[in-house]
Design a protein around this ligand. Structure first.
Ligand code: 0L1
Ligand code: MG
Length: 264
């Protein structure tokens, strides 16, 4: 597949996002390799950057065994986070989203670059200034939230929004046993330990650093990296309030609203 064809597929994904009209998975009619899917992802992100967004970091997806088994894969994937995805208040505007879901994660804020190959979880912890609780809003641009691993890579790991907790904590505690509660409207609906993410959330960040090395790229100092869903995502809708509460890290909460400010 040539550059023009990859660009066309990226445009289709970008238009699906901006028009809120889903499309069929790209792999239905196109033979994609992983390298092609990441190239499409890069062009989708470049489209956001051309509209004024800044590249802020990365995120990991398909990090739990349960999600990998459901997708028939044994690898996670990564996406890129841009400034237009950051939810600045405790309100998540759903107006421009299609069928959003939300999941609790641990975010890493790096103060040193991480360049693979060979990056280990210990390297990640040494390069991390802070960790904080995060909510990852995902919104597939594919019909019915249904796709293959390669489609999800091209669709920038279904990225749509991120909310970060305000308490920034040095990564001193054991992140494998750290507990996470997912609350919907004040009720705990799911829970997990940090090990739910590839055995250790820092292993997830290491995966991205090593995968980027295949493109001669790296995680940069100052980047925020969301390490992957600790629990399954829950659907997000107007009026619904979702909180990620992580032991020792505090919490982050968002409530779904529509642009006129009304919650339903
Ligand atoms: O953040 C995520 O885990 C999303 C990964 C991409 C696939 C999906 O939307 O579940
Ligand atoms: Mg996620």
């Amino acid at each position: 597949m040539n550059t023009v064809q990859l660009n066309d597929l990226a445009n289709r994904l970008d238009q699906a996002a901006t028009s809120r009209v889903t499309i069929a998975p790209l792999t239905k009619e196109n033979d994609l390799t992983e390298a092609m899917a990441y190239q499409i992802q890069r062009e989708v992100v470049e489209a956001r950057i051309s509209r004024g967004a800044r590249l802020l970091g990365g995120k990991l997806g398909l990090t739990s065994r349960a999600k990998q088994i459901a997708m028939g894969v044994d690898q996670p994937l990564y996406g890129l986070v841009t400034s237009d995805m950051v939810i600045e208040s405790d309100e998540l505007d759903l107006t421009d989203l299609i069928h959003p879901r939300i999941e609790p994660e641990i975010a890493f804020v790096l103060d040193k670059p991480l360049e693979g190959p060979g990056v280990t979880p210990a390297d990640v912890l040494a390069a991390t200034a802070y960790i904080c609780p995060a909510l990852d809003v995902i919104d597939s641009r594919f019909d019915g939230f249904s796709f293959t691993h390669l489609d999800a890579i091209a669709d920038n790991a279904s990225s749509a929004g991120i909310a970060l907790g305000v308490d920034l904590v040095a990564p001193a505690t054991d992140l494998t046993t750290i507990g996470c509660l997912l609350e919907v409207d004040g009720v705990v609906v799911d829970s997990a330990a940090g090990a739910a993410v590839l055995g250790h959330p820092a292993a997830s960040v290491a995966f991205m650093a090593n995968a980027l090395a295949e493109r001669q790229e790296r995680l940069e100092a100052g980047w925020i990296v969301l390490s992957g869903g600790l629990t399954a995502p829950v659907p997000m809708s107007p009026g619904r309030t979702v909180t990620a509460r992580i032991a020792g890290l505090g919490s982050v909460t968002v409530t779904g609203v529509t642009r006129n400010g009304k919650s339903a």
